[in-house]
Design a protein around this ligand. Structure first.
Ligand SMILES: [Cu+2]
Length: 296
């Protein structure tokens, strides 16, 4: 597998599960939403419809920001990439590069260097929330594999709000690195919770959370994703249609963190990264970046 498939791979999760989740997961509830709204942070809504993205407002102050991702598409699951434009690039130059990639070009170097702060992942017809950190500058909201125009987001100098939201405490810290999710080795309690997700590695990473059949093992999860993505069958694989993508976050660049609101029912889940490796071009899941965890 080479780096040309970057865009398809980053959005690969959307391809794997086209059915909105009906079991095992509840959306971040009203209680959690109220708690996050109560922080008094600036709010940003990113909406994805079948025709593309919208951001509201289009100009927002720097600092920690409550992002609501509304997935108003009719099928599938999705997120948004929120990226500060790399030096010397414009939305047009990036969009042009993305279009070239879809046609088979290499993964552009800026994909590994750009600042990307993550956004929540949500099945069609649902919404999800996260608290993310925006710095002043010109940003774009886009989606590699989707045929959507990137939309601009202008972040103005803030009022010097603190680097860490003062009243926000995570229930769980999850760290992404090459090639692992650290912090998911113990069972996670069910119900509403806030995860702090940090990229402590040397490459960008993302986290798609999927409901998988009860009792799925770590080896089975890795082998199953490998089979799904390479087309090579493996004997004890779980069926692709039993994997339901239901949340997570889009790409975080090196050193970035976000706070992700989640609400789990008891069951077995997998955290998976599809970002293409800088050296091999293989999605990180093929290099072992998938973690089974249990809830409840
Ligand atoms: Cu990764």
């Amino acid at each position: 597998m080479d780096r040309r498939s970057f865009l398809q791979l980053v959005g690969g999760a959307a391809v794997l599960s086209l059915t909105p989740l009906k079991l095992g997961y509840r959306l971040a509830g009203a209680q959690e939403a109220k708690k996050l709204a109560g922080l008094g942070l600036p709010e940003l809504t990113v909406t994805l419809t079948d025709s593309g993205y919208r951001v509201s407002p289009e100009t927002t102050p720097a600092g920690w920001t409550l992002v609501t991702f509304e997935n108003q598409q009719s099928v599938g699951d999705n997120s948004a990439d929120i990226m500060m434009l790399p030096p010397g690039e414009t939305a047009e130059s990036i969009f042009g590069a993305m279009a070239t990639d879809v046609a088979g070009g290499p993964v552009p170097d800026w994909a590994y260097k750009a600042t990307m702060i993550g956004a929540p992942w949500a099945p069609a017809g649902t919404s999800a929330q996260a608290v993310v950190h925006l710095t002043a500058g010109d940003w774009v909201v886009f989606n590699g594999p989707g045929p959507y125009e990137p939309v601009s987001l202008t972040v103005t100098e803030g009022d010097g709000s603190p680097a860490v939201p003062p009243t926000l405490t995570a229930d769980l810290d999850v760290t992404m690195q090459e090639y692992a999710f650290v912090g998911l080795d113990k069972p996670v309690p069910s119900g509403q919770q806030l995860w702090k997700v940090t990229n402590d590695g040397q490459q960008p990473h993302l986290m798609v959370l999927s409901h998988v059949p009860r009792g799925t093992t770590q080896q089975q999860l890795l082998k199953s994703f490998s089979a799904m993505m390479t087309g090579t069958p493996t004997p004890d694989a779980i069926a692709p249609d039993s994997v339901k993508n239901l949340g997570g976050c889009s790409t975080l660049s090196v050193g970035q963190s976000l706070y992700l609101a989640l609400d789990f029912a008891a069951g077995t889940y997998g955290a998976v990264c599809f970002f293409p490796d800088e050296q091999t071009g293989a999605p990180h899941v093929l290099m072992g970046m998938a973690q089974v965890f249990t809830v409840g």
